[in-house]
Design a protein around this ligand. Structure first.
Ligand code: PPS
Length: 692
């Protein structure tokens, strides 16, 4: 018969709890001391120990005692830690119930204590300093000089983010980039080789050549993009990962529509290096320095402010009224303070840049009651890994001294897969978090979907509105917000704060105020330059934005004078034009380009460069090669026919006709003015020019 059936459950659990606490605090104590501390007989202690070891809560290691006789030492396992926490919570639960009953007996009324399930459970004190990987200032100075001699690896932007959190304890308990055994554990069951919960592989991916040049056991220097040495690493492991397997295990699908899977296959190096890291200095940030805190700085801040419970809110988007309402509610529910903890490392491609977001957050911060809420920026490189990412975020926030974490619908969701379906279920992240909550030592506060109830002029949680059919419920989706910003339409006060809308409008002005590029392409002598010149003058007459003409000949004189007309040189020439056009577009100007640009792939690459910042309008000047040759303004076609000019487009070199340009203009029997006007009409229809 099992012990638990002999003893009453609660007594047994109390004893187990005391045993786990005792093993945790004094693993080396003799059995006699242990039994006395727990208040049980030696026999009972043995029974408990047997059960704890069999259940994987405690590990036994043999060692020699002072009298040279071998004896056992005990260590608590991560599972044991989780069980200890569970039992603690249960113990408190019972004590609350007893207290409540006593209160009622003495006063005739309930104590007013909120039942445990609805109140903050016992939280770990996440406020003691957390281990960092940095060496002391003096050692760092010395190490920096020594590291100058080492082979070095230039970190990618993502690796810099990862390294910062490794070094400052944000990724505690990791001590470096994962070794192969830990990596496999993380992939297979979200655990390091020693059983500790860790859901996200943190790898140093490098090229095959670099990996091959190293010896196992060698120290390497890790440098930022300006060459500053941030850390050294001892390479203990080197392996070629199966990236499809990693994608399947970590992100649930080997589908490149997932941004992290795309990164894995197309950007990450082929080989992984693992090994412990020694931190020399933090990556340098020139922006919002006062708003960046290491885990220990935040822990110290919470201690100083006397904050015992802190709810963290993770975000990669600007905050609007609904967010303010839900975060504040979450904090109130948990009877805790609030930490707005936005990610400013790498987020999802296409997100609002972090400079704009931080200015928005600063505006919202004033809307919370004084000294209840703080904001700190987190230099995390997100993976958009949904459920696993939520658990990872929770562990990171715990390391930053928080006791609670808000997990929303589709937390860190990557969008749709290549079949147009969601990668994860809307509540998968909450489910996985809940499953590991006790072990993690940070509690989940689930997100309430807040909507505006017009009649009552306030935000309410949608599932708490009882008169749904009789009230007007309003909400604006992210897509709708982007459309309104794009088109300069109204954004109502109930949705966001005027200060936030102002910031967003500054960064995302309506299309008619954004920069854009008009890209003419066509044969030599097709009329590109003439139409481009006419267009430039018309746009300058309208005013409002600076206009730059990057004509084929002008560019070849000023930017590409050393280039000829081979495929390679033409590509280089067009990529240079694309780069300048994208910079002009980024800065709100109009770039008009007029090269031949014969290759479709190169034109597509330029389009992608420009579209990061504004519209790209491709105009095919569709004059036939016969007509161009007939006109032969510069006499080049004649020379080409005579073989005196080699690789001449349309004669002895290819031209890919644009398949789907924004506009195609015919120039035969059409006046230049009319062609330029067609472009103006197109720009108007795309919202790129508008009446004031
Ligand atoms: S490309 O292919 O886009 O890099 O060409 P681009 O920079 O527009 O330069 C085209 C002008 O260079 C002159 N030229 C030639 N064109 C085509 N093929 C060959 N081999 C060649 N050699 C010289 C020609 O005058 C082009 O001017 P445009 O303005 O197009 O008539």
């Amino acid at each position: 018969m099992g012990l638990s059936t002999i003893k009453s459950t609660s007594e047994h659990e109390d004893q187990m709890f005391r045993l786990l606490r005792q093993v945790d605090q004094s693993p080396e104590a003799s059995q006699r001391v242990m039994a006395a501390a727990i208040g049980v007989s030696l026999g009972r202690l043995n029974g408990l120990l047997k059960q704890a070891t069999e259940g994987g809560l405690v590990e036994v290691t043999a060692r020699n005692g002072p009298d040279k006789r071998a004896r056992n030492a005990y260590a608590i396992t991560p599972r044991g830690q989780a069980e200890k926490e569970r039992l603690t919570t249960q113990f408190l639960h019972r004590k609350f119930a007893e207290y409540d009953a006593l209160h009622a007996e003495l006063t005739g009324a309930a104590s007013g204590h909120t039942p445990l399930n609805n109140r903050t459970k016992l939280m770990e004190h996440n406020l003691a300093p957390i281990p960092e990987l940095y060496v002391s200032y003096d050692s760092a100075q010395k190490l920096k000089v020594e590291a100058g001699e080492l082979v070095s690896h230039d970190l990618t932007p993502r690796q810099i983010c990862d390294l910062e959190l490794l070094m400052n304890g944000g990724f505690n308990p990791l001590k470096g980039f994962l070794n192969e055994e830990d990596y496999n554990g993380v992939l297979d069951n979200m655990r390091l080789a020693d059983g500790t919960l860790w859901p996200m592989p943190i790898n140093l991916d490098v090229s095959e050549d670099f990996a091959a040049s190293l010896e196992i056991g060698q120290d390497i220097a890790l440098r930022d993009q300006e060459g500053v040495i941030l850390a050294t690493m001892t390479v203990t492991d080197r392996w070629e990962p199966n990236k499809s397997r990693e994608a399947e295990k970590v992100f649930g699908a080997d589908d490149q529509a997932h941004p992290a899977v795309n990164y894995l296959h197309n950007q990450a190096g082929k080989i992984y290096l693992g090994g412990p890291v020694t931190g020399i200095q933090q990556p340098v940030h020139y922006d919002f320095r006062a708003r960046r805190d290491t885990p220990n700085e935040l822990r110290a801040y919470f201690r100083k402010m006397g904050w015992r419970k802190v709810v963290a809110f993770q975000t990669r988007n600007p905050l609007h009224r609904a967010h303010q309402e839900l975060t504040f509610r979450a904090a109130r529910e948990a009877q805790a303070n609030l930490l707005i903890h936005p990610v400013v490392g790498l987020t999802k491609p296409g997100d609002v840049d972090h400079f704009t977001r931080v200015r928005c957050y600063e505006a919202v911060l004033d809307k919370y009651p004084q000294s209840t809420t703080s904001m700190s920026l987190l230099n995390l490189a997100m993976r958009m890994g949904g459920p696993r990412e939520a658990v990872w975020h929770g562990l990171i926030r715990k390391n930053h001294g928080c006791t609670h974490f808000i997990v929303g619908r589709d937390h860190a969701g990557p969008g749709k897969n290549s079949k147009g379906e969601d990668f994860y279920g809307p509540y998968d992240a909450q489910d996985l978090f809940r499953e590991h909550e006790a072990e993690m030592g940070i509690e989940m506060v689930d997100f309430k979907h807040m909507v505006w109830v017009d009649e009552r002029a306030q935000y309410e949680a949608i599932d708490e509105i009882e008169d749904k059919d009789n009230v007007t419920i309003l909400n604006i989706s992210g897509t709708e917000l982007r459309r309104r910003l794009q088109e300069g339409l109204e954004i109502p006060e109930w949705f966001s704060f005027p200060e936030v809308v102002k910031e967003l409008r500054r960064t995302r002005p309506p299309r008619s105020k954004q920069g854009f590029t008009v890209f003419f392409t066509g044969f030599s002598g097709s009329g590109k330059s003439t139409i481009a010149n006419a267009l430039m003058v018309k746009l300058m007459e309208m005013g409002g934005r600076p206009v730059t003409l990057l004509d084929g000949d002008i560019v070849r004189k000023n930017l590409s004078s050393e280039l000829g007309f081979s495929k390679e040189h033409r590509d280089l020439n067009i990529r240079r034009i694309g780069y300048v056009a994208s910079e002009i577009t980024k800065n709100g100007g109009i770039a008009i380009c007029a090269p031949i640009a014969p290759y479709a792939t190169t034109r597509r690459a330029v389009r992608e460069d420009v579209e990061n910042f504004g519209a790209f309008v491709e105009v095919h000047v569709a004059t036939s090669i016969e007509e161009c040759e007939r006109r032969d303004r510069k006499g080049l076609y004649k020379l080409a026919r005579e073989g005196k000019i080699k690789e001449f487009t349309g004669i002895s070199d290819p031209y890919d006709v644009p398949e789907d340009p924004e506009l195609r203009v015919e120039t035969e029997n059409v006046a230049v003015d009319n062609c330029a006007h067609q472009v103006i009409l197109k720009l108007e229809s795309m919202g790129l020019i508008a009446a004031e």
